[in-house]
Design a protein around this ligand. Structure first.
Ligand code: SF4
Length: 241
């Protein structure tokens, strides 16, 4: 199926319905953990910076080599940039990421005694660390109730009618209001896993979706599929005439 982008629902679902949608996702994805492999907050932070525009699987293939050579913030802070670039090259944007991870390591050493800070403001002041990266680290390494919004979370939250937010921060605020405090960090994983497996971009697999009876995007996707099919038939008829 191809054609114009499937629009998001124009209205949010009711709070009750949104909570039921999230409960189904929780049941569907009970093992809510990051796919990134790490042994410390330092390794997680570096892995999350490397994961921008890159798959977790690719990062997991790269970080063992990186941490074998630079196992601590002190070692990475003193690293030779071309050497780091050679190790992380396959993660993409490797020059910028090299600069960011070396400078982040320097910040950890110089400002935080070699320990990754467990506060948002301090984390976000490190090079290469924005709100999303800080949220992932706070949630996974420090068990804080933080909800990171990446491209999957943004899309799935919109399709489910949980939000009309234009920015990741607005989406975060809307979804967090629907969740008990102890579920906030896990909910990030429910939406990511659902976005990767079923509610894919550009076209979701609604027929296989456990939430489809509640989801306001299901009828939108059906209409879109029907429109794409009739457009294909019209093109075929023109070619035959
Ligand atoms: S019904 Fe379709 S659009 Fe809605 S959450 Fe499921 S896969 Fe996504």
């Amino acid at each position: 199926m191809s054609g114009p982008k499937i629009p998001f629902p124009a209205r949010k679902v009711t709070r009750d319905r949104a909570i039921r949608e999230l409960a189904i996702l929780e049941e569907t994805y009970p093992h809510a953990v990051t796919a990134l492999e790490y042994r410390s907050p330092f390794e997680l932070l570096i892995a999350v910076i490397l994961s921008a525009q890159c798959t977790d699987a690719r990062v997991n293939l790269t970080t063992p080599h990186l941490f074998a050579k630079y196992p601590t913030p002190e070692k990475l802070a003193a690293a030779n940039a071309p050497d780091v670039e050679g190790i992380i090259k396959s993660c993409g944007f490797f020059r910028m990421k090299t600069k960011n991870i070396i400078n982040a390591a320097r910040g950890i050493v110089e400002l935080h005694g070699g320990h990754v800070p467990d506060e948002r403001e301090a984390l976000e002041s490190l090079p290469g660390v924005g709100r999303k990266t800080a949220s992932v680290v706070l949630a996974a390494a420090f068990a804080e109730p933080e909800f990171a919004v990446d491209t999957h979370v943004f899309r799935v939250a919109h399709r489910l009618g949980l939000t009309l937010g234009k920015t990741p921060r607005q989406v975060e605020d809307d979804v967090v209001k629907l969740l008990a405090r102890e579920k906030i960090a896990d909910a990030h994983h429910w939406l990511i896993l659902h976005g990767r497996a079923i509610c894919k971009a550009p076209v979701p697999l609604c027929g296989q979706c456990p939430v489809n009876e509640l989801c306001p995007s299901f009828p939108i996707v059906k209409r879109y599929a029907a429109g794409a099919k009739s457009a294909r038939s019209r093109r075929f008829a023109v070619r035959q005439s």
